[in-house]
Design a binder for this molecule. Structure first.
Ligand code: ATP
Ligand code: MG
Length: 1021
């Protein structure tokens, strides 16, 4: 044990670590107070273990500590513990430790919703201490500039976006010393996992000194993951709140407890109260019991359709009291099918939660569940990761649907399969969350038939005999991770850290299989150490581009990688995923492909070493495939200047490979019985619709539509194939998104296309990213200079697709005021209120006549908070400044007497926030425009610091990408002449120009401006 530990804990290792004790590691007391207030006085087991045994807070500690030793055991660190065990604070503690030494931290998450949640969490906790928290996801780009410029303490970033930032702006990691990768078990996901692996590889390769802390829920591949990361594993099986896991059969719930392994039974209902082999009656009887206990339950189903059908059925079965608050709030959201369904379900305290709901609807439902108004929630696995909801029970119906997207056709193709152990853990982990419930939660499997009972026992309880009548339950054992890492015994030395030596980097250490006792070895092999996940690659060109980005840059290097056989692969932990190809790739073929990439200028070759060009890096970082790039490029080179349209761009994106891969529900899957006729009718409807739109808009002559029109008239493509389903789905997406950005009512879009609001939003967000990518490619080939108006159109379209608004609604949508939906934005714009300033001018009554009261309140709150942010800063600075001046100055009056400062020093610049039409300079008025006023505010906000021209321009014209210095100089000139007149008039100096330059506004040529710190500024409310 280290000296430091002895000093802090003495020998009483069994005592819980108190938050206060963290001061020994240099954590400031105000941060500890925040943790005490928001968490509790003590650390949870996983947090404690991280501090005691893995040197979480010793990292970089220079006092008496062998730093290398701690680095070895804590970098990288893989934390594996059950859901709701407090992993976030492990990351947070390490983050604070870095931030207090002026370093920066990135917190990676897999989903946009989680990014929002973590962003709010960090804001709430640390904003008061002055931490700058920023967030970035595919469609949340507001903070990107700050993140790239390093203006943050913690940046919460979605994985894919992080990859993009790494490749495009590598410098943004310069001052970053820690990356916390949350929910890293996502690396096992077929669709997103391989890219996440590239992401981590890129980070480790380019920034080997950045510390990585990976947080993972239970995952079958933990040891493989640890080996791949070269990480030490902190495993804690303890759940702060007990979770019972069991099966209901014949009305009896037989369970085993997660922490204690104690087994027991509860009678949920009498055997005769439910029918054999009837899931519905089992579910109803179980829920009756739980509702009687006043408990809430979350039921997971495989598909969105099932979720909606079952929730409707359950609403008919129970007569519960309505969740009034949620109903009222939902009534103020945009009219949609799902909103109506939810309102009707909430009459019975039931809801559903799936990707069909809009973001606002989902947030509202989560809020209602948090306020404990809801008794039954039916959900797909959208709720299975990281979300904190207070439910007592999770009921699992046992199957998960998977999309077999990794097939040649790349068409949606679904299949049902049993839940894996980790899925059960993660879904089940939503029950019994700390601080949300009092005693325990339950995972409940319903077994209305014997065959289901057997299957659940074998799959999830690791015993064929578990829970069979008459069998002693104590003999059963729960699936669990191997003992050595599981022990909650204090760490003494390096017992479980074996340096494997498979890496040249001697710093890496990891938990080796050979370190585990034989008994657990087979256990861990069964459950944790599966084979490498395999991905079949169909798109070899994109694959090679990605390999080159990962610095696999010779023909041999890439070829050998693609030829790795299973045996070599299993002994090689450098890579997590194993790739296979659908066709046999010869060396010759590979070299042809490389030449093709060279010809398209995505790759350059220097002495047989391949590098990505800037364009190549853009393609890889944006996650688009080679074919999409070629498709975009062709259009960019052929479309006519100043004639491009939104419809055309959306169609272009829809017909790209990436656009085609974005999923949209189609009637085919609803009506399999009448498949042929349904498809026929549906195709005809879409064809007619797009044709009439093209003629109406006069777009039919454009080459991009010509191919479609020709093939449509013959109903054949050039090679005689019928137009396939993919093309129709592309047309469907085009029409739907065209309506979406032109303000058509959500309900109408839903009914017209048979797609619910959540799916519409998702497609819009995906296409927004692709449109932004198109703009980035256009900018790279010189559109910024040659076709600025066209470039701007594509960029604006990207924003419109994300928000679903017309161009004049963009400014309001960009404010991201919660629940100010596109319908309200449209209403405000129609009344002529299309930006923040307009909203500021409106009184509450005026706003109330346009918006529901709740939304009015949120709008006002948002605007005030925004203004308040600036005011507070100014006022604080102002009062400090005044008092300092007063303290320091004993000012001589004309008659030589010393006068009290207040009597003589008058503030030299007075800004009255309620009079943005003027400022007072040496007590005289200078009339100003709105821009002038903002400029003065900005300068005073950063008084004494140089502000770059870019920053000033961004602040004054945030919406306008093309704002230039000329515009700034025009406004600055006006301000200066106002000042000059007053200085002349007051006869302050003979040379007012010089006075302004030296004493008021210093100019740093080519760089920026500085507002002198000695000017006394007063800001009045
Ligand atoms: N030291 C603590 N004392 C009391 N409560 C805590 C403490 N640390 C965390 N919590 C609470 O425990 C709950 C779960 O924490 P957290 O979200 O970090 O879990 P997690 O391990 O990340 O789970 P998941 O895998 O579901 O994301 C939160 O409500 C959090 O506020
Ligand atoms: Mg978590």
């Amino acid at each position: 044990m280290s000296i430091l530990f002895k000093h802090i804990w003495g020998t009483k290792l069994q005592e819980k670590i108190k938050m206060e004790q963290l001061e020994y590691f240099g954590i400031p007391s105000y941060i500890i107070n925040i943790w005490k207030k928001n968490y509790s006085d003590t650390l949870l087991p996983v947090q404690e273990k991280a501090v005691r045994q893995f040197g979480l807070l010793q990292h970089g500690y220079s006092n008496n500590i062998n730093i290398d030793e701690y680095r070895k055991i804590s970098n990288p660190l893989l934390v594996v513990s059950p859901s709701s065990s407090g992993k976030t604070l492990v990351g947070e503690m390490a983050a604070i430790k870095e931030i207090i030494t002026q370093k920066k931290v990135i917190f990676l998450v897999p989903l946009r919703v989680l990014a929002e949640e973590k962003y709010q969490h960090f804001q709430n906790l640390y904003q008061s201490a002055g931490l700058k928290v920023k967030v970035s996801s595919g469609d949340h780009r507001h903070h990107d500039r700050d993140i790239i410029g390093g203006d943050f303490h913690i940046a919460v970033i979605v994985y894919e976006k992080f990859y993009y930032l790494q490749l495009q702006y590598p410098g943004f990691l310069n001052n970053v010393s820690l990356v916390v990768a949350d929910e890293i078990q996502l690396i096992n996901d077929l669709q997103r996992g391989p890219r996440l692996e590239n992401n981590l590889d890129c980070l480790r390769m380019r920034n080997p000194n950045i510390r990585i802390i990976a947080l993972s829920a239970f995952s079958e591949n933990t040891i493989h993951l640890a080996k791949y990361l070269g990480a030490s594993v902190l495993f804690s099986s303890y759940r702060p709140l007990e979770l019972r896991k069991g099966i209901v059969r014949n009305g009896i719930y037989q369970y085993i407890e997660h922490n204690t392994s104690i087994t027991g039974k509860e009678v949920f209902f009498a055997k005769d109260d439910a029918f054999e082999c009837n899931l519905a009656s089992y579910l109803k009887a179980t829920l009756s019991y739980l509702i009687n206990n006043n408990e809430s339950s979350l039921i997971f189903f495989s598909t969105k359709k099932e979720v909606r059908i079952w929730s409707r059925w359950l609403a008919e079965q129970f007569n519960l009291s309505p969740a009034k608050a949620a109903i009222n709030e939902l009534n103020t959201l945009e009219d949609s099918t799902s909103r109506d369904e939810l309102i009707s379900l909430l009459q019975n305290s039931i809801v559903y939660h799936c990707a069909d709901l809009s973001r606002q609807e989902r947030q509202l439902i989560e809020k209602a569940v948090r306020s404990c108004d809801i008794k039954i929630i039916c959900a797909t696995d959208t709720l299975s990761m990281g979300v904190n909801l207070p439910v007592n029970n999770v009921i699992l119906t046992g199957q998960k649907i998977i999309s077999k997207k990794n097939n040649e056709l790349l068409l949606p193709n679904f299949q049902k399969r049993a839940l894996t152990l980790s899925e059960v853990e993660n879904m089940g982990g939503r029950a019994g969350r700390l601080k949300q419930q009092e005693c325990f939660g339950r995972i409940i499997f319903l077994a209305p038939s014997l065959i289901e009972l057997t299957a659940y026992q074998r799959l999830y309880f690791n015993s064929s005999n578990l829970l069979l009548p008459g069998y002693p339950l104590s003999k059963c054992h729960l699936y669990t991770l191997p003992a050595p890492v599981m022990q909650d015994k204090p760490f003494e030395g390096n017992a479980y850290q074996i340096n494997e030596g498979y890496s040249d980097n001697s710093k890496t250490s990891c938990l080796a299989l050979s370190a585990l006792p034989a008994k657990q070895l087979s256990y861990s092999e069964n459950f944790l150490y599966k084979v490498k996940p395999v991905k079949i690659e169909y798109d070899i060109l994109t694959f090679i581009l990605q390999r080159i980005a990962q610095k696999q840059n010779t023909l041999d290097g890439i070829y050998n990688f693609s030829k790795q056989d299973n045996e070599r692969i299993s002994n090689n932990f450098w890579h997590y995923w194993h790739y296979k190809f659908n066709k046999n790739i010869t060396r010759k073929k590979m070299s042809e492909i490389l030449r093709q990439l060279e010809d398209t200028k995505l790759v350059k070759n220097s002495s047989n070493i391949y590098y990505l060009t800037e364009m190549g890096a853009l393609v890889v970082s944006r996650g688009i495939c080679f074919q999409t790039y070629i498709h975009f490029r062709k259009w960019l080179e052929n479309c006519c200047k100043n004639e491009i349209s939104e419809l055309e761009i959306i169609f272009l994106i829809s017909t790209s490979v990436n656009g085609e891969n974005s999923l949209i529900p189609s009637p085919v899957y609803k009506t399999t019985k009448f498949k042929k006729s349904a498809i026929g009718k549906w195709k005809k409807y879409l064809s007619m619709k797009i044709l009439s739109l093209l003629f109406e808009l006069g777009e039919d002559n454009k080459p991009i539509f010509q191919l479609y029109l020709n093939t449509e008239s013959e109903n054949k493509f050039g090679n005689g194939k019928k137009i396939d389903l993919k093309k129709y789905l592309s047309i469907k997406k085009t029409l739907l998104l065209f309506d979406w950005i032109n303000g058509r009512e959500l309900r109408e879009i839903e009914e017209d296309y048979g797609v619910l609001s959540g799916a519409i939003q998702n497609i819009g967000e995906g296409f927004s990213w692709l449109s932004d990518t198109l703009a980035a490619i256009a900018a790279k080939i010189g559109w910024g200079e040659q076709r600025p108006a066209d470039l701007n159109r594509i960029k604006q379209l990207a924003k419109r697709l994300s928000f679903g608004v017309e161009t004049d609604g963009l400014s309001l949508a960009g404010l991201e005021i919660p629940n100010l939906t596109r319908a309200y934005i449209k209403k405000l714009v129609q009344q002529g209120y299309n930006n923040k300033e307009c909203l500021q001018e409106l009184t509450e009554e005026q706003l109330n006549s346009l918006l529901p009261e709740r939304i009015t309140f949120q709008v006002k709150q948002h605007i005030q908070r925004d203004a308040g942010k600036h005011k507070n800063i100014f006022l604080m600075k102002d009062s400090n400044q005044l008092s300092n001046k007063i303290k320091n100055n004993s000012i001589k009056t004309a008659n030589g007497k010393t006068a009290k400062s207040e009597e003589i020093i008058k503030p030299e610049l007075i800004i009255n926030m309620s009079r943005p039409d003027k400022i007072l300079f040496f007590q005289e008025e200078i009339p100003v425009t709105r821009i002038n006023f903002q400029l003065v505010l900005l300068l005073t906000k950063k008084q004494g610091q140089m502000i770059s021209y870019d920053e000033i321009i961004d602040n004054l014209w945030p919406e306008d990408e093309d704002a230039t210095y000329h515009r700034l100089w025009y406004h600055l000139g006006k301000l200066r002449s106002g000042m000059k007149l007053i200085i002349q008039h007051k006869k302050i100096t003979d040379s007012p120009e010089k006075f302004i330059k030296e004493k008021i506004l210093k100019v740093f040529p080519g760089r920026g401006l500085l507002f002198d710190e000695n000017i006394l500024v007063k800001i009045e409310k």
